[in-house]
Design a protein around this ligand. Structure first.
Ligand code: ZN
Ligand code: ZN
Length: 106
């Protein structure tokens, strides 16, 4: 198998990436679209989110220092502006370094 064929075997049609975003995105991707729209801080906690599917997942606290410059009012305003009051908290965001073998690549 040459390098190109090798790359093709890791192509993911959900996120249209080679390899799948879930391998390269350490902080996780939405299980539906394999993408995320960034991160928001709530207090010291960090949450990734997908706007298209209105889901968010917790990635940890105090990993980045940005929260220190943000007041809770600022965080709340951002949260509301993004429409995240309606978001569902999920536990099964795709994270880490698993090979993307669960998609049909035909
Ligand atoms: Zn993918
Ligand atoms: Zn999504």
């Amino acid at each position: 198998m040459n390098a190109f064929e090798q790359a093709q075997t890791t192509y993911c049609e959900v996120c249209d990436s080679t390899p799948c975003n879930k391998q390269s995105e350490y902080f996780g991707v939405c299980p539906t679209c394999h993408k995320n729209d960034g991160c928001i801080n709530i207090g010291q906690g960090h949450w990734m989110y997908c706007k298209a599917h209105k889901v968010m997942w917790y990635i940890g606290s105090n990993l980045f220092s940005a929260w220190r410059e943000e007041t809770l009012e600022y965080q709340k305003a951002r949260w509301v502006r993004l429409g995240m009051t309606e978001f569902l908290t999920i536990e099964d965001a795709l994270r880490g370094v698993q090979p993307c073998l669960d998609h049909d690549t035909e």
